[in-house]
Design a protein around this ligand. Structure first.
Ligand code: SF4
Length: 496
């Protein structure tokens, strides 16, 4: 949809036109999640420019839709649309996004439909004026939030958990007979205490930016500051870097961090037990390698996963280690360093292929992997190759990859996976296949090796991953079925 059809407007809550994406080329079975970004400053500035670059750095977390909302005092401008950040935010849109408080979001829908109705930030009218919210993660109790709010007369906000949280804040504000000293703070606390599951959120009004994380800290969220005193909140530190903000710290599990336009900050916590269980898959695949978690770069974690993989694999006389780009890049370097087998690039990725295509023909869909990856024939022909990837989910992509490598004359393929076998669904914001579609639930390792047609196949174990993660308590539920924040009562979970 051209941006001109969705102009920047002062806040108007209303119907947004439906826009459904075209077919997705079945390249990966793991859907990325969402990215959030926010900033607050005392001086009026063109926040649109900063938000653009912040969201651009978080594009890997969601490529279906994106949006930003900027307050200029009490006037709100919001713009959101389907598409990538540089498609949605053209210069004529950005130049109008001046103000003092702004938030943004890149979205990948983990359940439900992919349409503009579910694009974020979400906006609600409250007795304090407009409140905006952007959310990464999935709640597991969306249905009970919905039931509760519908009983109170709030209805019609679709299947998005983020919408229900925003309306819970609105409801909580409405309940305050006399507004508290800091009404938004207590309303946000009340709303988030009603939420179960995973959330890293940014929430804003005309003079306040709030960053909040669930009690398990499942999804990442951090903040930093620029030299000019602007406070910036982002899903990952790579988005702080791009706007020149120095990383201060992660938002703690269960923390509600409040930053005001006048530079004052305050921090308080959700009631109840806080028990950090960061998503291990962020380390394996989702987060960018140049982001930092717990004071270490994701790059280092991935190198260590690759080294560990080499240590637990049988010794082989392969000619080279190649990654499946980009997901296997860093682990392949680690594997190569540890094993002494030279690192080579055997597959070249087309960097300009996004998640969506204009309806490819069935024949083209069959060769979909080659739209994204092309093998280097003269590097690979006749060689014995260690191929490193981050995960195997349904197995279809790996099978196509192996077929492609065989077609160009690879003699031996030793597949190495820098995570354990994925056997269980994620309820916290990652789109995985249903359990019956997961290859690890259909066959044992030997059968998978045979089905893929590779000479050998090695995964890391859950214990190996724990060791690389310094035995900290991570969420590894998709590998071991131990869900730190519980499971939903029904299969119905909210939309990221
Ligand atoms: S279930 Fe897997 S993907 Fe989901 S939060 Fe836990 S580790 Fe991450």
């Amino acid at each position: 949809m051209p941006s001109s059809m969705n102009p920047i407007t002062p806040f108007v809550e209303g119907e947004l036109p439906e826009h459904t994406l075209s077919d997705e080329v079945p390249y990966r079975s793991l859907g990325e999640e969402c990215g959030v970004f926010g900033m607050v400053t005392s001086k009026t500035q063109n926040l649109g420019q900063f938000l653009f670059y912040g969201l651009y750095a978080l594009q890997h977390r969601g490529q279906e839709s994106c949006g930003m909302a900027v307050f200029d005092n009490d006037q709100l401008r919001i713009h959101k649309d389907m598409g990538l950040v540089n498609q949605v935010f053209v210069p004529s849109v950005l130049e109008k996004m001046t103000g003092q408080v702004g938030i943004g979001h890149t979205r990948y829908s983990t359940t439900g439909s992919s349409n503009l109705d579910n694009a974020q930030p979400v906006v609600v009218r409250t007795r304090l004026g407009a409140v905006t919210l952007a959310h990464n993660g999935n709640l597991i109790n969306t249905e009970s939030l919905r039931t509760f709010l519908e009983e109170k007369g709030y209805s019609g906000y679709g299947d998005s958990d983020s919408h229900w949280v925003a309306h819970y804040i609105r409801y909580a504000l409405q309940q305050q007979e006399q507004l508290d000293k800091f009404p938004l703070k207590s309303a946000v606390k009340e709303a988030l205490e009603a939420c179960e599951g995973a959330f890293s959120m940014v929430i804003s009004t005309g003079d306040t930016l709030i960053a909040a994380r669930d009690r398990n800290g499942l999804r990442p969220l951090c903040y930093g500051k620029t030299d000019s005193g602007m406070l910036v909140v982002a899903s990952e530190t790579c988005a702080l870097d791009i706007v020149g903000a120095e990383y201060v710290r992660d938002i703690y599990p269960g923390e509600i961090f409040v930053a005001k336009r006048n530079g004052a900050t305050e921090s308080f916590f959700l009631d109840g037990e806080r028990d950090e269980h960061f998503c291990f898959f962020e380390l394996v695949y989702f987060a960018r390698p140049d982001s930092m978690i717990n004071g270490s770069s994701i790059y280092n974690y991935r190198m260590e996963l690759g080294r560990k993989l080499a240590r637990v694999s049988p010794e082989i006389n392969a000619d080279m280690v190649i990654p499946v780009p980009d997901s296997g890049n860093v682990a392949a370097v680690g594997y190569s360093h540890e094993s002494g087998i030279p690192y080579m690039e055997g597959l070249i990725k087309n960097r300009y292929v996004g998640r969506t295509f204009i309806h490819p023909t069935p024949e083209l869909r069959e060769r979909s992997i080659q739209l994204k990856l092309n093998p280097l024939l003269d590097v690979l022909k006749g060689k014995s190759v260690v191929v490193v990837d981050d995960s195997v989910v349904r197995g279809n992509t790996s099978k196509k990859l192996v077929e492609m490598l065989r077609e160009c004359g690879v003699r031996e393929i030793h597949l190495r996976i820098s995570s354990a076998q994925v056997k269980h669904p994620c309820f916290y914001g990652i789109d995985m296949s249903v359990p019956s579609e997961l290859i690890a639930n259909k066959m044992d390792i030997q059968e998978i090796q045979q089905w893929l047609g590779v000479e050998s196949l090695v995964h890391l174990s859950v214990e190996d991953m724990r060791e690389v993660g310094h035995n900290l308590p991570y969420c590894m539920a998709c590998f071991n079925s131990e869900y730190p924040a519980g499971k939903p009562n029904s299969e119905q979970v909210g939309v990221c």
